[in-house]
Design a protein around this ligand. Sequence first.
Ligand code: ADP
Ligand code: NI
Length: 230
Amino acid sequence: MNELISKTIDYMKNKQLGETTGHDWWHTLRVYNMAVEIAAKQTEPVNNTVVALGALLHDIEDWKFNDGDETAGPKAAAIWLKSCGADEETIRHVREIILDLSYKGTKAKSTMKSIEGKIVQDTDRLDAIGAIGIARAFAFGAVYNSEIFNPEILPRMTIGSDEYKNKNAKTCTLNHFYEKLFNLKDLMNTSQAKEIAEKRHKFIVEYVKTLLEESNAIGSEHYKLIKDFQ
Ligand code: ADP
Ligand code: NI
């Protein structure tokens, strides 16, 4: 491991330890480990340093907590990398990855340009589904004062960037599964991530179905909508 990566690990661990909105250090570490693993399996050439730095720095800042400013993260990453003496091209590339990374609704197409960016995007999204994804969604819902499940509020099945970003939209955390998490498996870029996503997707669909069954919501609109994602 090169020094730039090990310094960035220490920096991000120090910055994110104890964070409770889902952007904690352990999320970053999972994304980093999966990204390194998937990068090693590519047949095309991959810049492993850019993958590692992109994964480690992708949540350095969050537009959701920066008044919607999507450049806060890329800027902070560039400042850090510059202070470590990283070369211009590495800084440019990592900056681009962080800017293009985020999911902004079902209508927003991915604009990820490089294989390095595609890998980081895949692994960030893998961590939003499966068992860990469920935990992160409800942890995030608590921060947003969102109800767990309200059968009277239906999910917005096609959701644009502005609506997705709207903090005041009347919703419940269960709807986040329909509005984002159930869509992620079809958005994976690499074949390795697709395979992992299939398994995690089945798990979260089964989880939501069970939650609805336990809520006497069989036959409800939420229950019917699950069919689209099975
Ligand atoms: P990304 O890093 O892909 O941009 P986000 O920052 O949007 O992801 O989300 C971080 C975590 O919080 C993810 O696990 C995501 O599912 C969850 N999350 C984001 N928005 C909501 C929401 N409105 N309700 C519940 N969970 C959410
Ligand atoms: Ni993330």
